[in-house]
Design a protein around this ligand. Sequence first.
Ligand code: TYC
Length: 102
Amino acid sequence: DDGHDNDTGVITKTRAKTARPPLYKVLILNDDYTPMEFVVHVLERFFGLSHSQASELMLTVHKKGVAVVGVFSFEVAETKVAQVMDFARRHQHPLQCTMEKE
Ligand code: TYC
């Protein structure tokens, strides 16, 4: 930090701010067809949730339509979304996973 002398002769201290990288919410969306146990498995496998945490969150999505499953850097969020979408596609379930800037 440096003390700058402005035109009034007053020294003002400035603090160099370290910009934090933006964070991204990863969301899971409800649908009418994906089996509940498949969603629970996805939440355990890709988001490290316990079986009971995953079951609760799945039911929240089932009832409310959408829920945030985690907050990550852009790169990690992008990877999680791709992993979930690929896993759902391979199992022929319409489960949707998306991300948005926090
Ligand atoms: N609604 C689905 C069912 O009744 C279960 C489900 C929950 C699907 C969460 C997707 O993100 C989801 N089988």
